[in-house]
Design a protein around this ligand. Structure first.
Ligand code: SF4
Length: 193
């Protein structure tokens, strides 16, 4: 049996992340690691190393069906793999990310109140006030936490849904971070070529 390395256990990271954010929303900032590290690795020529070796979410999606012994072998529809959907979803995701930054900016400028809710699927507002445990930080810092936690939770839930409907890592076919790092790799290959 193949000896396990430390990064084989990174599936625990999303569990720790969402648990911490459940009790203290400020921990949501830690999710920036999942945003910044893949971009840095790809920009420095490391290709898709983050996806292949270090992504906790990818590992979790692979692990859950194998632990439950319910691995779905069904392949997702071809449109889900196509560039139209992948880049369309990336554009949508980045627009929602921009919205979240705008909301944070409004709170920063005192033009909107702090909203202690987690927005699921960009639609459903779930009260999450109990996680507002540190009130001494500026309101915009907390607002960003709620927005970012919402994005992370929503994308993970979508990943879990497609994991149960199709092959375990189907989310990875249209994950915005995967699409972005792939784009960076293409640009670098173009430069090198
Ligand atoms: S595509 Fe997304 S979820 Fe999949 S391994 Fe890469 S960063 Fe992680």
């Amino acid at each position: 049996m193949k000896k396990k390395r430390w990064n084989d256990y990174l599936w625990i990271w999303p569990i720790i992340y969402f648990s911490l954010g459940f009790f203290n929303i400020l921990f949501a900032w830690l999710g920036m690691i999942d945003f910044i590290v893949p971009i840095i690795i790809a920009s420095l020529g490391g290709g898709k190393a983050f996806c292949n070796r270090y992504c906790g979410r990818g590992k979790l999606f692979a692990l859950i069906p194998s632990v439950l012994k319910k691995t779905n072998k069904k392949v997702a529809p071809t449109w889900m793999y196509g560039p139209l959907f992948r880049y369309g979803f990336l554009a949508f995701f980045m627009t929602m990310f921009g919205n979240m930054l705008h909301q944070t900016y409004l709170v920063f400028g005192g033009n909107a109140p702090l909203r202690t809710v987690v927005k699921l699927f960009w639609t459903f507002k779930v009260p999450w006030k109990w996680a507002y445990t540190v009130t001494s930080v500026p309101a915009w810092v907390t607002q960003f936490s709620y927005g970012f936690y919402s994005l992370m939770l929503t994308s993970t839930l979508i990943g879990l849904i497609v994991m149960s409907l199709y092959r375990p890592r189907t989310w990875c076919t249209f994950c915005p971070m995967g699409t972005m790092t792939q784009g960076i790799c293409r640009i670098r290959q173009g430069k090198a070529g």
